[in-house]
Design a protein around this ligand. Structure first.
Ligand code: PMV
Length: 334
C-alpha cells in the first residue's frame, strides 16, 4: 500500500475536491518521547515496530498558514524567509503536499513559523507535519478528527502523529497493513509541576537523519531484537508513573529508555552515535547532581541535545547548575 492509498482511504470523495477556503491556518506543539519510537515495520507508511509515548512542548512548535496562490509554483517561507524549491526541506514538503492535491488544485503559499531549531533532534518535523495536516484540514474543510489527522501526520513523519495534542500522548503501533490503527491518542492526565529543560548544545543539522539511522539500526544492529520488550515494559511503567505522578519512576524510565535506544544504534554498522563530547559531559553532570540528591533526569533523541526532566520545585536549583537551559512547562497551554 502507498501513501496515496491511505489518503484516499481516509478522505474518500473529499480527496477530489478543491479547497473550500482561501486560507488554512494551524499550530501544533513539538513533542518529546519519554518512550521512543525507533524502528519501522513499514517504511513507506512509517508504521512503527512498537508503540511510543510523548509529552508535548506547549508553545514550542510550529504554525503553518496555507494560502491558495495563482502563481505557477508553490512558495515556501520559513520564519519569513523564502526557501529555494530545490532545498531538501522544500522537496520533502512539496512531496507530502502532493498527496493531498487533486489535479487542477491551485498552487500554495506555505508560511511556516517555528520557534525550535530545525533538524537538531528537537522534533521540528513532528510539529511541522502535524501543523501542516491541521492547516490542510482547515483549507480543504475535510473535518477529520484529530485521531484521523494523526494518521496523515504519521505518513509525513512518524513522531508527528503525537503532535496533534498537548500533554501526554500515546501512539499505538497498530498491526494492520494499511496503518489505520496506527494512530495516536491523547492521555487524560495532567501534571502541572512537570518541567522540561532544553539544553541546546548544537543547532547544526545532524549528519545522519533519524529515518536512515532507524532503518540502519533495524537492519544491522544485533541489539535491536531486545528493543520491543524494553518498550513494552517502559510503556507500562510510564503510564503507571503518569497516573500516580511518580516522578522518580517517570525520570528513571524515560532516561533508561533513551539510553537503550542509543545503545541499539551503537550496535548498528556503520555505527550511529549522536552524542558530542559536550553531550557526554552534560550527562555526567546530570548524574553527579542526581547522586547529590537533585531529582533530575534526561532524555535524548536523534541529535546531540539533551532534554532535562524535573519538577517545578527544583527549577531554581537546576537553573543554577545549568544556566543555559530553556525551561518549558508543558501543561501551561492545556
Ligand atoms: O519521526 P522521526 O522520523 O523524526 O523519528 C523520531 C525518532 C525519535 O525522535 C528519536 C524518537 C521519537 O519517538 O520521537
Amino acid at each position: 500500500m502507498k501513501k496515496a492509498d491511505v489518503v484516499k482511504l481516509l478522505l474518500g470523495e473529499r480527496a477530489d475536491l478543491p479547497p473550500r477556503h482561501c486560507v488554512g491556518k494551524a499550530y501544533a506543539p513539538s513533542n518529546i518521547a519519554l518512550c521512543k519510537y525507533w524502528g519501522k515495520r513499514n517504511v513507506e507508511l512509517n508504521l512503527p515496530v512498537t508503540s511510543s509515548l510523548s509529552i508535548s512542548l506547549a508553545s514550542h512548535g510550529a504554525s503553518v498558514q496555507l494560502s491558495a496562490d495563482d502563481g505557477a509554483e508553490d512558495i515556501i517561507c520559513l520564519n519569513g524567509k523564502p526557501l529555494a524549491p530545490t532545498e531538501k526541506f522544500s522537496l520533502r514538503l512539496i512531496d507530502f503536499l502532493q498527496l493531498f492535491r487533486p489535479a487542477q488544485s491551485p498552487r500554495l503559499r506555505i508560511d511556516i513559523e517555528t520557534n525550535i531549531p530545525i533538524a537538531a533532534g528537537l522534533a521540528s518535523s513532528a510539529c511541522g507535519f502535524a501543523s501542516l495536516v491541521k492547516a490542510l484540514d482547515a483549507l480543504y474543510g475535510w473535518e477529520l478528527s484529530l485521531n484521523e489527522l494523526s494518521i496523515l501526520a504519521r505518513i509525513g513523519s512518524g513522531s508527528a502523529s503525537r503532535s496533534l495534542w498537548h500533554g501526554f500522548v500515546e501512539w499505538h503501533q497498530g498491526d494492520r497493513d494499511d496503518g489505520m490503527d496506527s494512530q495516536a491518542e491523547w492521555l487524560p492526565f495532567e501534571w502541572p509541576e512537570l518541567r522540561i529543560g532544553l539544553c541546546i548544545l548544537s543547532e547544526q543539522e545532524k549528519n545522519i537523519g533519524s529515518r536512515e539511522a532507524m532503518q540502519r539500526t533495524v537492519l544491522t544492529s544485533s541489539l535491536y531484537s531486545a528493543w520491543p520488550s524494553k518498550v513494552s515494559q517502559d510503556m507500562a511503567l510510564l503510564k503507571q508513573a503518569i497516573k500516580d505522578r511518580d516522578f522518580t519512576l517517570l525520570g528513571c524510565t524515560a532516561e533508561s529508555n533513551a539510553l537503550t535506544m542509543h545503545a541499539t544504534m551503537l550496535g548498528a554498522w556503520p555505527p550511529v552515535y549522536y552524542a558530542l563530547p559536550e553531550t557526554v559531559r552534560l550527562m555526567q553532570q546530570i548524574w553527579r547532581c542526581r547522586n547529590e540528591g537533585l531529582p533530575l533526569y534526561f532524555t535524548q533523541d536523534a541529535g546531540p541535545n539533551l532534554k532535562l526532566l524535573f519538577l517545578s520545585r527544583d527549577q531554581a536549583a537546576i537553573e543554577k547548575q545549568f544556566p543555559h537551559i530553556k525551561v518549558i512547562a508543558p501543561f501551561d497551554a492545556c
